[in-house]
Design a protein around this ligand. Structure first.
Ligand code: PDD
Length: 280
């Protein structure tokens, strides 16, 4: 695989970063994951806007402009012959020399890394037909989940816990209300209405979420942005998640309670179709 590191396209085995990089010692960096379908990048501007926002919230400048980022994405798709897959982008505060909690001087070069992951079956995902089974876990992440930082230890622990319990995914709760999934936004459907938590610092502002809600509104579907509990979700008609890698995936079980007879519901199926159609 050919990857991008600080202005160069290199074989992955030759891409090296310093052990003093703050991304490595402090988790001091942000990332984006963008999907590729039929060789085309989905939601590019949305991801770039969120990247700039994450960087700004961390007191970092965006090292490149949108057209430069786009050129790198396109080049990596070409070099790695990606038809369906993901592009991972990470910007860290760079090599600060000695370890220090204080940020290094603002002119310290950031470390910019991008790589592709080929994922045939992104659109034709079997989970769209089988649905996901989820468990709830307390949301023990920090209070700025709106910043897409590389600090993903707790979501990883939650995924492992879900796996250990024989299910697919975990939904986080805080004060008895669902915040979001480990790496996706969470929704329920009741009486045809789509319900999802409103944007705040408590959740990541999903790019897929923003577009899906727009497409749903254009299709005259009803939307309510408010928190919901696990009990309300278990009594819902349907549930689903969204992310750049999942698009829209139905949820058929929450903490052992089955939704819609254990089958993906019609609203989630329609939204998945609508999303793929509209975002291509
Ligand atoms: N995760 N919430 C969290 C905590 C996430 O990590 C993600 C994305 C989302 C969905 O955001 P978007 O629709 O912009 O992908 C919500 C990516 C896919 C990941 O970490 O792999």
């Amino acid at each position: 695989r050919t990857v991008y590191l600080n202005g160069e396209y290199l074989p992955e085995t030759e891409a090296r970063v310093s052990i003093f990089d703050r991304g490595f010692v402090m988790g001091d960096g942000v990332y984006e994951v963008t999907s590729v379908l039929d060789g085309r990048i989905l939601e590019f501007t949305g991801h770039m806007n969120r990247l700039t926002r994450s960087l700004n919230e961390m007191g970092m400048e965006n090292p490149l402009d949108e057209s430069e980022w786009l050129a790198i994405h396109r080049r990596l798709i070409e070099l790695n012959d990606i038809d369906e897959g993901l592009i991972y982008l990470q910007v860290t505060r760079g090599n600060a020399g000695d370890r220090d909690f204080a940020y290094p001087p603002a002119d310290t070069p950031q470390t910019v890394v991008l790589f592709t992951q080929s994922k045939p079956g992104l659109a034709d995902n079997p989970a769209a037909k089988s649905g996901l089974r989820v468990i709830s876990l307390p949301d023990l992440r920090w209070g700025r989940r709106d910043i897409k930082t590389v600090q993903l230890l707790y979501p990883s622990m939650a995924k492992m816990e879900a796996k250990a319990r024989g299910v697919d995914e975990a939904w986080f709760t805080e004060d008895d209300l669902v915040t979001e999934g480990t790496s996706n936004n969470a929704y329920i459907v009741k009486g045809g209405k789509i319900i999802t938590r409103q944007l705040s610092n408590d959740i990541l502002h999903g790019i897929t979420r923003a577009s899906l809600l727009r497409y749903a509104a254009e299709a005259q579907m009803q939307i309510e942005e408010r928190p919901f509990s696990i009990a309300e979700a278990q009594a819902a008609d349907e549930a689903f998640v969204t992310s750049a890698s999942a698009f829209v995936l139905p949820v058929v079980e929450i903490d052992g309670a089955t939704l819609n007879g254990g089958r993906p519901g019609p609203v989630a199926a329609r939204l998945r179709e609508l999303y793929i159609e509209e975002s291509l």
